[in-house]
Design a protein around this ligand. Sequence first.
Ligand code: B16
Ligand code: MG
Length: 208
Amino acid sequence: MMKAIIFDLDGVIVSTDHYHYRAWKDIADREGVPFDENRNVLLRGVSREKSLEILLELAPRPYLAEEKAKLAEEKNGIYRRLLQELTPDDILPGVLKWIEHAKEKGLRTAIGSSSKNTDFILERIGLSETFDTVVTGADVTRSKPAPDIFLLAAERLGVEPGDCWVVEDAPAGIEAAKSAGMKTIGVGEYVKDVAPDRWSLTLGEAEL
Ligand code: B16
Ligand code: MG
């Protein structure tokens, strides 16, 4: 029997994914690296550092470790400034009702996000107290597509991985959930082709 549901944050609960894109695009343009929405899909769900590695694959020159650390920090500064615009109105349509529905069904709830800005985002959108536990990229050394974030969420909830649903919008997140031995609900166009157990365009429309 399913006992818990772990929600990804960016792209599932709130659409901060376009802020990530705008911040990375600023860095890419400045560094002369080709970058567009199609390439941005590869960055969804993966850590900041790994995102930068992927972005720089098309760079015209190699980068030193110190330069990379500086670029990642700059990207985060731009992203954090954009996050100031975030309010509870930015929670995606139907999401609050859907979380309530999951709770009424007796499921324990968690956030499982790669983002080290998770606490700040939850605060901005007024959901800091909504979930039984919150696991982020700051709690693990291996981010998605490794299963660690989701396994830690299950451990904290006291449930077996096989009794957990994971809701994800990113291919890296679906891969992480599958490696954790969990069942997946894919939302959005980017995960249609990576075979989640269930799929819908938005969380509000997903069947539970
Ligand atoms: P940060 P999720 C992920 O969040 C984003 O999808 C991904 O684009 C981002 O690089 C990652 O968080 C790290 O974010 O720079 O804020 O630590 O989708 O796992 O909720
Ligand atoms: Mg996501």
